[in-house]
Ligand binder design. Structure first.
Ligand code: MG
Length: 454
């Protein structure tokens, strides 16, 4: 059977993959799956959002499920709202960091986390076999509008942050939501916490004129310059649906997700809020170093935000994080949340009374090397098996791909889930070693591809 849901819901190009007809039928299938009760429905700021959301709502209500329409909101606000409002789940119309021509449909369960694969399969079956329910005219789902959720969400974060300490520090922060829905939350939240907030790209625009919705070193140059020009303490950037956050220090240096995650882990473990930290196998050794140093326990998972969230929930962990800027703070919710992470970061800087660049300088420094090697999809399994056999003596970690940990660093070889590629990451405490390890990994893959080809 064909698959519709990928690792982060259904994604596609609007009116090619994602037509209103498709959204209507998938809405009916989702509604049939939940069968009764109310679902929250909300969306990010994409131009196609209203069209797709109306079609999804039409499908949901046709199957007899009630809808609480909260309109525009960051994905984590919608996820947070599920338990707060007492809904059965949520449907989020978002394509996160993808370009403007994309959109997507995410289905969230009662616990605020995306549905497990087996439930997605049930929905897919109903879609393909057209076995979704059509309720009779007097059993159609109702539609209520609710505009209170963003305030509830902001209040929820304010409860978890130390407002007194933050207020005293009088921090100057520049927020760059990238024309996305983070603009509806993060500037207001940080002002309420007593920060002096300026914004760039904070007008919602489905064409993302300010920058692409994915925060990368290339797309955040305006933010870095603004932080410097305004002599600010911190820059905060989100992706299109604000579940991720990337920070810029007072010198205008952009720090990648595992650096900010390591700082937040250090803070949380020092405060003895919990012990278990969850991160994918691809994260920097930095996270492991900090966790060990502070007496925490690190659990590695496969790459994927839903996997990290589920693991955190299952182990009742305290915090999770990904190198792309996803930070999961369990006392707030198990899923990644860019606004919550921004609050944790301002609290950290305020509490430590040092600049972000100083705090980063205290962490061990690692260098990384990244490369990708072409590999036809049908050869991937063979290629990985060959590499596994060849590297057996290093006792690799095989949670996701093959990770070989050596004294001077590590290499991770992972086939891409979507493209005909195998990716190779390496990390070491000096740049030369990182490059050497990376090249060694690339050689292993190239050799295996040649020897696996028919
Ligand atoms: Mg996102």
């Amino acid at each position: 059977m064909r698959r519709l849901f990928g690792t982060n819901g259904i994604r596609g190009v609007v009116n090619q993959d994602l037509t209103p007809e498709f959204a209507l039928k998938i809405g009916a299938s989702i509604g049939t799956f939940f069968n009764s009760g109310d679902l929250i429905v909300g969306r990010d700021g994409r131009s196609s959002g209203p069209m797709l959301m109306d079609a999804v709502i039409s499908g949901l209500t046709s199957a007899g499920v009630g809808v609480i329409d909260i309109g525009l909101a960051p994905t984590p606000a919608i996820q947070y709202g599920v338990s707060r409002i007492g809904a059965r789940g949520a449907v989020v119309i978002t394509a996160s960091h993808n370009p403007p021509e994309f959109n997507g449909i995410k289905v969230v369960g009662e616990d605020g986390i995306e549905l497990p694969r087996r439930d997605e399969e049930v929905i897919e079956q109903m879609y393909f076999k057209e076995t979704y329910r059509r309720a009779s005219w007097n059993e159609l789902g109702s539609i209520q509008k609710d505009e209170s959720l963003l305030d509830i969400f902001i209040e929820g974060i304010l409860e978890k942050a130390n407002g007194d300490i933050i207020k005293k520090a009088n921090l100057k922060v520049v927020v760059d939501p990238g024309n996305g829905v983070g603009a509806l939350v993060t500037p207001y939240l940080l002002r309420k916490l007593g920060c002096n907030v300026s914004t760039i790209n904070a007008q919602l625009d489905g064409e993302f004129p300010g920058r692409r919705p994915e925060p990368t070193p290339e797309t955040l140059t305006d933010l870095a310059k603004t932080v410097k020009a305004l002599d600010a303490d911190l820059g905060v950037a989100h992706d299109g649906d604000a579940d991720r956050v990337i920070f810029v220090d007072e010198e205008g240096v952009i720090h990648w997700g595992d650096v900010s995650f390591a700082l937040i882990v250090k803070k949380i473990l020092q405060e003895k809020l919990g012990k278990i930290i969850v991160t994918p196998v691809a994260s920097s050794k930095l996270v492991e170093d900090v966790t060990k140093e502070q007496g925490g326990e690190l659990v590695l998972t496969e790459v994927g935000s839903v996997i990290v969230a589920r693991k955190l929930q299952e182990l009742n962990g305290i915090c999770g994080g990904e190198e792309n800027g996803g930070i999961f703070y369990a006392p707030h919710q198990f899923v990644r949340d860019g606004a919550m992470a921004a609050a944790l970061m301002v609290e950290l800087i305020a509490k430590e009374r040092r600049t972000l660049s100083q705090l980063v300088a205290e962490l061990p420094k690692y260098y990384s090397y990244k490369s990708k090697i072409e590999c036809p999809n049908d050869l991937k399994e063979k290629v990985m098996e060959r590499i596994r056999n060849k590297t057996e003596r290093y006792e690799p970690i095989t949670i996701d791909g093959i990770k070989i940990v050596l004294e001077k660093g590590w290499v991770l070889i992972r086939p891409s889930g979507t493209e005909p590629l195998v990716r190779c990451f390496a990390e070491a405490s000096d740049a030369q070693h990182a490059k050497e390890l990376g090249k060694w990994g690339v050689n292993l893959v190239e050799e295996a591809v040649i020897n696996s080809s028919p």
